[in-house]
Design a protein around this ligand. Structure first.
Ligand SMILES: [Zn+2]
Length: 255
């Protein structure tokens, strides 16, 4: 067996080891708390009682940590993680996450194959990751846009129980079946921002949820979110949305 003691088992291949890791991660019991509970209650801190144990993660860290200096600098910023978490995202997906003193952010998600060699080396497609972050940063627009069509009380809970008119076929569809579509393509807005506004480096964070700015801006200070702010502002100035049902959306996209 090539990969020994990966979360308590031995594996012949990285793919099998990764599958085992994912299975355990998704088998951890989701805390029964409301969505607005504090992060430390919504996510699960790994201990010796959880399916993935704290000591499992320490073993991975001590035995399978990547030696790639750039990755280690970006992810851990010279620190050693003191706690590991199963981070439960609102869309149901999960990440392994950690806390480290060198980063002033709690519960930081990371792709396991990026830092542990027993799971394989992640292929990084930088351009694709940049777009993924850009899309994530504007993902709140969907509910904001749809909320404008509610009558009277714009309580966010109501958004999901309302029916929306498709702007092409004029039939009404429930929340889950309506697409908020970019009239000016997302790709062209993003390209224009990259070509004319933000020409510098972009560093998608490890979970593709925000940009970590590479360099301090003109005033010499490091603005953690300068790229994020620039993108969101540029996008909101140009964007135009429309509501489409799934079939009209498919027709629009594929002709
Ligand atoms: Zn339609």
């Amino acid at each position: 067996m090539k990969y020994k003691n990966v979360l308590g088992k031995d594996f012949k291949s990285k793919a099998e080891a990764k599958k085992h890791f994912k299975t355990l991660l998704y088998s951890i019991k989701k805390p029964d708390v409301p969505i607005y509970a504090s992060p430390s209650k919504r996510h699960v801190k790994l201990t010796e009682q959880t399916l993935i144990k704290h000591s499992h993660m320490e073993y991975l860290y001590n035995n399978y940590l990547t030696t790639d200096k750039k990755t280690l600098d970006t992810v851990f910023k010279g620190g050693i993680p003191y706690s590991w978490w199963c981070k439960i995202n609102t869309d149901g997906t999960r990440n392994i996450a950690f806390e480290v003193e060198t980063r002033n952010q709690s519960i930081i998600p990371v792709t396991p194959d990026r830092i542990f060699t027993c799971f394989g080396t992640a292929k990084i497609n930088k351009k694709l990751n940049e777009k993924k972050v850009a899309r994530h940063l504007i993902s709140g627009d969907r509910d904001w846009y749809l909320s404008q069509f509610l009558e009277g009380d714009k309580n966010p809970v109501k958004i999901m129980f309302y029916k929306y008119e498709c702007d092409y076929c004029n039939k009404f569809f429930p929340y889950k079946e309506i697409e908020v579509d970019h009239v000016v393509l997302f790709n062209s807005i993003f390209k224009e921002w990259r070509d004319n506004v933000w020409k510098g480096d972009l560093n998608p964070n490890s979970s593709c949820r925000w940009f970590e700015d590479a360099e301090p801006s003109n005033d010499g200070k490091i603005h953690l979110s300068a790229a994020n702010d620039s993108w969101c502002q540029f996008h909101s100035n140009i964007v135009q949305y429309q509501k489409l049902c799934e079939s009209c959306h498919t027709k629009k996209t594929h002709g």
